[in-house]
Each structure stands twice: as C-alpha cells, then as structure tokens.
Design a protein around this ligand. Structure first.
Ligand SMILES: Nc1ncnc2c1ncn2[C@@H]1O[C@H](COP(=O)(O)OP(=O)(O)OP(=O)(O)O)[C@@H](O)[C@H]1O
Length: 290
C-alpha cells in the first residue's frame, strides 16, 4: 500500500502542494485528477523520489520509502524518458536490467511486453521512428518490464487513439487485478470514471475530494431531473427548490422533496421524465475545483 502523507511543496512563493495526502491500496486503481498546474505531477515526482517535499512523507507498506524499495516501482514520468536513437527491444530490456533483471530475463520480459502492447514486430525499430502513441506504449513497457510492485503513471492515456487507450486500460486493469496498486493522472474523466476504484481530486495544491466514485457522487448530492411536455412557461417557479434548465423542457432540481417536485410537474403538464440524476465525475470535478 502506498501512503502519501501531508505533503507540502513550494517553488519560491508558489505553494504547489499544501497538505496533500492519498492512499493507494493493493489491487486498487487510483485516478488522480485536477486542472493544469493543480499539483499531480509534483505529488507523483515526490512519491518517486525525483523531487523532495518540504514536509510530509511517503510510505510503502507501512515504512518510509528508500531508494532500493522505490526500485520495485514502475514509473511513467510526464516528460517520458526514452532514448530516441536506441532500438526498442534492447531499450526496454536495458531498463529491465537497470532494475536488476538478468540480461536473459530482461530480454524475455521486454519481448513479452512489446508483444502484449502490439509492438512485437517493431523491436528493431528506433524509438524516434515510432509515432508518439507508440512511443508511449514503449514507455509503458519500460515501466512494466521488471514486474513492479507499484505503478505510478503520469498521464499515460494522453494522446492515445481509442484502440491504444483500450490496450493501456487492459494492461493497467490486469496489473491491478494481480494486486498491484496503480495510480495514474488523467484529464480524461470518463476514462477515470470507467477504470478507477478510487479517485482523488486536487485543486490548487489541495486535495479537495477523495473516495470511490460512488462516495463522491453521494457527497455531491443528488438532483432530480424532470421534463414536462407542453408545460406553461414559468411552471418551474412552482417547484420546491431551485431549478436549472438543461434545454428541451428538461430541468435539474435541487430539492430533497421528490414527491413535491413530482406533484408540481404533474400539475404543470404531461411528465415525460422524472428521476434522480447521478452526477458524472466531470460534474463532481467542476464542483470540487470551483
Ligand atoms: N520545477 C518547478 N519549478 C517551479 N515551479 C514548478 C515546478 N514544477 C511544478 N511547478 C509548479 O507547481 C505547480 C503544480 O504543478 P504540477 O506540474 O504538479 O501540476 P499538474 O497537476 O501535474 O498539471 P498538468 O495537468 O498541467 O500536468 C504549478 O504551479 C507549477 O507551475
């Protein structure tokens, strides 16, 4: 289990992280979301020991992280980190050896991961000759080649086509199912909602919400969605709570009085839609980041 506790980090006067904590449990996929500059990369860099925090600590399985324990982690940095003029298969194997695999084991694992990621026939190509999306697959192979105990990935899905997204998502889900804690940052909230057990929302250096998507939905509060065909204009003023128009006669109503909303709608005309509206992660994100 990875525990990030009370991190603080400043760059000059800029407070990049202010008391940031999060936990990634074994077999869980944690989606780390936040606007540009919110502090995701800084948090992950500190977790990987690339950057030092001013305060707070990072623990792995209950103990402080040391360099050698971090060697068991797989990391996809935001700035990536491949050698453009080196061939793909030897490069992935080289990173495996850096993490302690024997040359034979590293070569075998590199071949297996490149096959799995759809690059089995590109092993002799130079990295610089691959498309950006394929370079990203190689970067994923590099982060996985040594069978890491923890995966930390900075925007692994950015710039990938839908098929590559599916491949990447499948690999991460497999690793997570095998018990590996996985944390990744992303701006693709639909993807995070689909893949992650737990989500953390960071805004201006502070964690403003964390939990399962169900928990976040519950705390965001439910609203009623109602649509009345041919209603008299202004009927929404009879509702027992503030209403926001969604267009085409549909309204979102902030009210715990569901029967009161239904009664007002029925009095206004023919009710063609009525029910609770589950906020999407995008809705929750907008609210939490406001
Ligand atoms: N090396 C650095 N020197 C100075 N300021 C930095 C440095 N790295 C990050 N920052 C600042 O720290 C804050 C957090 O940046 P960070 O890169 O962690 O955000 P992020 O959430 O990863 O953003 P994005 O989604 O754009 O990648 C920003 O204000 C950024 O300008």
């Amino acid at each position: 289990m990875l525990e990030v506790r009370n991190l603080r980090k400043t760059f000059g006067d800029n407070v990049a992280l202010d008391d940031v904590s999060l936990t990634v449990e074994p077999g869980r996929m944690f989606g780390f979301v936040g606007a540009n500059g919110a502090g995701k990369t800084t948090t992950m860099r500190i977790a990987m020991g690339v950057l030092e925090s001013d305060a707070g600590d990072v623990r792995w399985d209950g103990a402080s992280l040391t360099k050698s324990r971090r060697a068991d982690f797989g990391y996809m940095p935001e700035e990536r980190g491949l050698y453009p003029k080196m061939k793909i298969a030897p490069q992935v194997a080289y990173f495996g050896e850096l993490h302690g695999l024997t040359p034979a084991a590293a070569k075998r694992a590199a071949g297996e991961w490149l096959d799995r990621l759809g690059l089995g026939d590109r092993g002799d190509d130079f990295v610089q000759d691959l498309s950006l999306g394929n370079q990203q697959r190689v970067q994923l192979a590099v982060s996985l080649v040594h069978d890491p105990k923890m995966l930390i990935l900075d925007e692994p899905f950015s710039g990938l086509d839908p098929l590559a997204v599916d491949t990447m998502a499948g690999v991460l889900a497999d690793r997570s199912a095998a018990g590996v804690p996985v944390i990744f940052s992303s701006h693709q909230l639909d993807l995070v909602e689909r893949l992650c057990d737990t989500v953390g929302i960071i805004s201006k250096g502070k964690m403003v919400a964390a939990g399962t998507v169900t928990e976040l939905r519950r705390s965001a509060g439910r609203r009623l969605r109602v649509n009345v065909a041919d209603a008299t204009p202004g009927w929404e003023q009879t509702l027992p709570g503030p209403a926001t128009s969604c267009g085409d006669g549909e309204w979102l109503v902030d009210s715990a009085d569901d029967q009161g909303v239904l009664a007002a709608a029925m009095a206004a005309g023919r009710v063609v839609r009525f029910g609770y509206d589950e906020p999407s992660l995008a809705d929750i994100f907008r609210e939490a980041s406001a």
